[in-house]
Design a protein around this ligand. Structure first.
Ligand code: MN
Length: 738
């Protein structure tokens, strides 16, 4: 390859931008390029090129998605905060706060560490989804960044190659797919496959090269044949081209159908692009006239688009020499959306909030809002289903289209219409025939649900038969409400067997006294509530037992410390009246405990104090000192029991404070659309990290949010509370206590 200078690469970028955006702000774009080049200075990439080539390449990919000037500038600057001395403020001042926000968002995603631990993986995905629901350009640039890194992965160590490839396959490719970025999705997948299964990848590439060489005449002939027939039909300026399919799509087929590459027949595909929808159907007629269509392989995604907005006609036909091939027919506009998805919809607007194409992000919001009753594994599972599965499209008897994950049953269909329909379902018909509840729906099926007032309601098996997370969570809701006793019994049985498995007895657990704390931590009032949750599937017995076991272990460790604390407290009492000698005390977690050093400190969960709050300490039995806010009802001097009076101890904030403190907020609002988006936007503009966000709607039209955030002190916390208060519909922002 000829050497290309950095400047030449930049000029190529500029040319690409001018090609689609005549009003692009080329002055600012050049300023961003020069600023980034200066920031990265003499940094080099592993392949020996100056670092600045990377942001230029990322901007090039972003320009190929035809994004706006702000996106190009942010792409050029995307590694400045992470890798150079440049700061958010610098970028905000020199370019704009919006651009600084985008760069900051990309930086945050870069810092997200990928892990295979499901619990953390969920948190990471949540962060990504939040970033997306705020400004979709953040994730578009991040995907472009990942794409360029994957393209240049050969210079990395094998371990890093595998890790990045796995992460790309698990997270970035599915997100690209869901956003309709087909072109980037397949490139990400092909590049990942290259490192995840190099042998298979090499073999597929070799075969494809051979097939392409062998069939190049066949490809040209088909192309010419179609082109000339379309000319006869007077179809205006069609574009016809052939291609072999992508390595990863072939790999998947080989894997799913357990075939070798020689046994796969549709390695070839042709595309016909035309000007209008009516031409699409005309072309389809012509294709079916020239070649013999394979039955059951025709799909009309124009009439029923995929949820990621993809539209096209697909058909598979057999050529003259018996070679089957697929033909995709679509308009130029549909093609742009097929290749660049949500990016193609992006309008070149300068303004930001409230101008998104709401429909395109609806799934992100739905995904986040459905998470209330699920634990980590379930979340990952449903996310994977929602991202990976191809959908089936079925019809109501009235002809409305309902899309469901592949493998869905009448149960999914019924619950997608309404939970009442699901809960009173007595039978189902598909295309007029009675079917069982386990019947797997196919695209095009007309589904009819018979309901009955005397129906017994869902059975537990339904949770297994249902494919969509929506149906499963609605069924669980029903059990939660209707079958408490049954749930409690089931949950207790599961819990006790798990306990036995862990080598613990119920009396050991009761004696240890850890249960009340664990119940409270998980939001249960009494033990039966936990059993009930296990029974309906909202909580797992394994999780409960694991917590209990680790608490008991910690307790025995803490007992030793408790002894020391008690001894010190006793020493303090005998000293009462005498002046206490000022000791040089070391703080623990930013807390100085009067007269004690090195003692175990924890922040109470009931009132979550942060620096700046007035605080009091309580010497617990076995857990060291628990710190409460002075205004917490649990720390109220009036309510302290006389027997425990001596356990209250003076504590104060030290000067060597930790970075951030976790604290809880409760927000009460009038429920409305987009509330969750507005709340999460407010939180991210405040630059606090959110570690928990739950919302539920009340029957009388209110929504209550429980938010856990990390802040440095009460000043920042008040700032956040003010910001949330400004959101329209918010009535109250509380710090819960007691
Ligand atoms: Mn980068």
């Amino acid at each position: 390859m000829a050497m290309v200078t950095v400047e030449e690469r930049y000029e190529h970028l500029e040319k690409t931008i001018r090609g689609y955006n005549i009003s692009a702000d080329l002055g600012q774009i050049r300023a961003a390029y020069e600023y980034a080049r200066e920031c990265h200075g003499s940094q080099m990439r592993r392949d020996g090129t100056p670092y600045i080539t990377h942001p230029i390449h990322v901007a090039q990919i972003v320009a190929e998605m035809r994004l706006d000037s702000e996106s190009i500038i942010a792409a050029l600057l995307h590694d400045c905060i992470e890798d150079t001395d440049s700061s958010y403020e610098d970028i905000a001042r020199m370019f704009s706060p919006t651009i600084a926000d985008i760069v900051d968002g990309v930086t945050k995603l870069t810092r997200v560490k990928y892990t295979t631990m499901e619990e953390e993986q969920m948190e990471n995905l949540r962060k990504m989804l939040f970033a997306m629901s705020k400004d979709i350009r953040v994730i578009l640039i991040k995907i472009a960044d990942r794409l360029h890194n994957m393209r240049t992965m050969e210079y990395q160590t094998p371990a890093k190659q595998k890790k990045k490839a796995f992460e790309t396959m698990e997270i970035y490719a599915p997100i690209a797919h869901r956003l309709g970025l087909a072109r980037m999705k397949w490139e990400l997948e092909d590049l990942s496959l290259k490192y995840l299964d190099p042998v298979a990848f090499g073999e597929i590439e070799k075969t494809l090269a051979a097939v392409t060489a062998e069939h190049s005449r066949f490809m040209t002939e088909i192309q010419e044949e179609i082109t000339s027939r379309l000319a006869d039909m007077k179809i205006v300026e069609p574009t016809v081209y052939g291609r072999v399919k992508h390595p990863y799509s072939i790999y998947r087929k080989m894997y799913l159908q357990e075939k070798t590459i020689d046994e796969l027949y549709d390695l070839f595909a042709f595309r016909v692009l035309v000007n209008s929808v009516s031409d699409c159907y005309n072309v389809l007629g012509v294709i079916h006239d020239i070649y013999k269509p394979i039955l059951g392989r025709f799909k009309d995604y124009i009439a029923t688009p995929k949820p990621n907005m993809y539209q096209s006609l697909h058909t598979t036909v057999i050529g003259d020499d018996g070679i089957p091939f697929e033909v995709q027919i679509r308009t130029f506009e549909m093609h742009a959306i097929a290749e660049y998805g949500v990016a193609a919809h992006w309008k070149y607007k300068r303004g930001l909030h409230g101008e998104h194409n709401e429909g395109a992000y609806e799934w992100i919001r739905r995904l986040l809002e459905n998470q209330e009753d699920t634990d980590a594994e379930e979340f990952i599972h449903s996310l994977k289903i929602d991202l990976f599965a191809d959908e089936v499209f079925v019809f109501t008897p009235r002809g409305d289209v309902v899309n469901l994950p592949v493998g869905s049953t009448p149960i999914d269909f019924a619950y997608s219409i309404h939970s009442v329909i699901g809960n009173t379902m007595a039978g189902a018909r598909v295309n007029g025939r009675i079917v069982g509840f386990d019947y797997q729906l196919n695209t095009g099926d007309i589904v009819e649900i018979n309901t009955s007032k005397s129906a017994r309601g869902p059975s537990r098996d339904w949770i297994k038969l249902a494919k969509s997370s929506e149906a499963r969570s609605k069924i669980r809701q029903w059990f939660k409400r209707e079958r408490r006793e049954e749930n409690v019994a089931q949950g207790r049985a599961a819990f006790e067997s798990e306990l036995k498995h862990a080598g613990l007895t119920m009396s050991q657990v009761t004696e240890s006294g850890v249960l009340p704390g664990i119940l409270k931590q998980s939001g249960f009032q009494v033990l039966d509530d936990m059993y009930a949750a296990i029974g309906y599937g909202g909580y797992t017995a394994i999780k409960a037992v694991n917590r209990i076991r680790s608490e008991i272990r910690q307790q025995s460790r803490a007992a030793a410390i408790e002894k020391a604390v008690q001894a010190a407290a006793a020493a303090k009492e005998t000293q009462a009246g005498k002046p206490v000698l000022p000791k040089k005390v070391k703080s623990e977690k930013g807390i100085v405990v009067e007269g004690l050093s090195n003692c175990l400190v924890k922040f109470s969960k009931c009132c979550t104090p942060v620096p700046g709050d007035e605080i009091a300490g309580f010497i617990t039995r076995g857990y060291g000192v628990s710190v409460h806010r002075r205004d917490c009802p649990n720390a109220d001097p009036e309510r302290r029991s006389p027997a425990e009076q001596g356990r209250w101890i003076k504590v104060s904030w030290s000067d060597d404070l930790r970075e951030t403190y976790s604290t809880a907020l409760e927000v009460v609002c009038k429920d409305r659309n987009n509330l969750l988006v507005d709340v999460s936007t407010a939180l991210s503009t405040c630059k606090v990290s959110v570690t928990g966000l739950n919302s539920h709607a009340t029957a009388d039209g209110f929504a209550i949010f429980h938010i856990t955030i990390s802040v440095t002190d009460s000043v920042q916390l008040e700032q956040v509370m003010r910001k949330i208060h400004q959101i329209s519909g918010v009535m109250k922002v509380n710090r819960p206590a007691g």
